[in-house]
Design a protein around this ligand. Structure first.
Ligand SMILES: O=C(O)CCC(=O)C(=O)O
Ligand SMILES: [Fe+2]
Length: 183
């Protein structure tokens, strides 16, 4: 089984631009980690919760159908709900934007039920350097497509990272699908 499922052009260039424009109008918060700690060595990014951005229901609808498709075609996990708002993250070179190796499954009531993680690349690949999304399903690291609008889905327990952004800004959109905890 290939551990990472990807869909190129899951969102069009215009749709990515629309999501960026709408989230930039919303106030952002410095990224908090699973468990609400703030560890800048682990992650530096600013985050907007999509539920706080008006007029983005269509985005959630698209994300849900992408997760359903990935789960049907690849993972077959017991998924029950989308218990957390999708999150847009902005990783800027000036702030040293990055997210070190981590798993998305945490101790909290919601983070403990995460089963699939879906990430959409919102930025044009040439607009930033670094900022690669890397996933480690085993001995090898898989680098997610950088294509704007591409979507990458993987089990939330897999270690993954965003390498430091060294030029420009990388924006991404993440959503989790939840279900009974893995045993
Ligand atoms: O921005 C990304 O590509 C990954 C985000 C992430 O790993 C997370 O929010 O848990
Ligand atoms: Fe993550």
């Amino acid at each position: 089984m290939v551990a990472v499922y990807s869909v190129p052009n899951a969102f069009s260039t215009q749709e990515c631009a629309e999501i960026i424009r709408k989230t930039e109008e919303a106030p952002d918060s410095e990224a908090r980690l699973v468990g609400q700690t703030r560890d800048h060595n682990l992650r530096r990014a600013s985050v907007v919760w999509l539920d706080d951005v008006p007029g983005t229901t269509w985005v959630m609808d698209r994300l849900i159908s992408l997760v359903r498709r990935a789960n049907r075609e690849r993972f077959g996990f017991d998924l029950r709900e989308f218990a957390e708002s999708p999150q847009t993250a902005s990783y800027g070179a000036e702030e040293g934007g990055h997210f070190a190796w981590h798993s998305d499954i945490g101790d909290g009531p919601l983070a403990g039920k995460r089963k699939l993680t879906l990430v959409v690349q919102l930025s044009k690949p040439g607009s930033y350097d670094g900022g690669a999304l890397e996933i480690m399903p085993g001995a090898h690291v898989i680098t997610a497509s950088r294509g704007q609008g591409s979507c990458t889905v993987f089990p939330s327990f897999l270690l993954h990272q965003v390498t430091p952004v060294t030029r420009g800004t990388r924006k991404s959109l993440t959503v989790w699908a939840h279900g009974p905890a893995f045993r």
